[in-house]
Design a protein around this ligand. Structure first.
Ligand code: MN
Length: 228
C-alpha cells in the first residue's frame, strides 16, 4: 500500500523528563466549566448539558514555537486551561475508572476568535470557525500523571507581558476531570492520544501581535510563547 499524497505527520507533545513524545489523536474541549467565566461571557452554567467542541489535532503549537496571529479575526482571545492527555479510552467509562485512563497533564491556551464566536452565537451556528482554526491550541510539555500532584487548590495562571490576566483554581471547575471523561465517553469512544481542554477561569481578554504569554499549572507544567 502507498499513499497518493504524503501522509500527514502525527502531531505530538513533548514530555517533561523524557525524550519520548506524546502523539495527539484528537482534541476535545469543554466550555463554560468555571462559573465566573460563564458569567463574564453573559452565559450561565448548565450542569446537565455540558458544552463540548473539538479542535483538530494539528492545531497544537508546541516546543515554544510562536503562535501566528490568525487570519479572519480582529479579536483573538486567550483562555488558559488544564490539558488532560489520555493513555486509554473507551465508551461509557464510569467516573470512578476515568482517572486510570489519564496519561498526564499539561497547560494550554484555547485560543478563540471571539468576534467570529459572537457571530456564531447570534446566528446559532457551530463554533468551529471560532475555535478550531490553525495554531489554536498551544500546549506545554506534559507531566506524567504519576508525577503530577493536583488538588482543588492547584492554581491555573496566565501572565501576558508580565501582567496577570487569568487566575483560578482547579476546585472551581463545574465538572472535574473524571466527570468530564465519563460524560465525553458517553458521546464519543475515547482513545489513547486524545487531549481534553478542561475549561477556563475568568479573565479572558484579547491578545495582540508581539504579546508574550506565560501559562502555568502550578507545580505541573509551564507554557511560554509569543504571538507573532
Ligand atoms: Mn475554553
Amino acid at each position: 500500500m502507498s499513499y497518493a499524497i504524503p501522509a500527514p505527520v502525527v502531531p505530538s507533545l513533548p514530555i517533561i523528563g523524557s525524550d519520548q513524545r506524546f502523539p495527539v489523536r484528537r482534541i476535545f474541549c469543554i466550555g463554560r466549566n468555571y462559573a465566573e467565566h460563564a458569567r463574564e461571557m453573559g452565559a450561565t452554567v448548565d450542569k446537565d448539558t455540558p458544552l463540548f467542541f473539538c479542535k483538530p489535532a494539528d492545531a497544537v503549537v508546541t516546543d515554544g514555537a510562536d503562535v501566528p496571529y490568525p487570519q479572519a479575526t480582529a479579536d483573538l482571545h486567550h483562555e488558559v486551561e488544564m490539558v488532560v492527555a489520555l493513555s486509554a479510552g473507551g465508551r461509557d467509562i464510569p467516573a470512578d475508572q476515568a482517572l486510570a485512563r489519564v496519561w498526564g497533564y499539561g497547560v494550554g491556551l484555547d485560543l478563540t476568535r471571539r468576534d467570529l464566536q459572537a457571530v456564531a452565537k447570534a446566528k446559532s451556528h457551530p463554533w468551529d470557525v471560532a475555535k478550531a482554526f490553525d495554531h489554536s491550541a498551544p500546549v506545554s510539555a506534559l507531566r506524567p500523571a504519576s508525577e503530577a500532584r493536583l488538588d482543588g487548590d492547584t492554581a491555573l495562571t496566565l501572565i501576558i507581558n508580565g501582567e496577570q490576566r487569568q487566575h483560578g483554581r482547579l476546585g472551581d471547575m463545574v465538572h472535574g476531570v473524571a466527570e468530564i471523561i465519563a460524560i465525553l465517553s458517553t458521546l464519543f469512544e475515547l482513545k489513547a492520544g486524545d487531549l481534553i481542554f478542561t475549561g477556563t477561569p475568568a479573565g479572558v481578554s484579547a491578545l495582540k501581535r508581539g504579546d508574550q504569554f506565560h501559562a502555568e499549572l502550578a507545580g505541573v507544567a509551564t507554557l511560554e510563547g509569543r504571538v507573532a
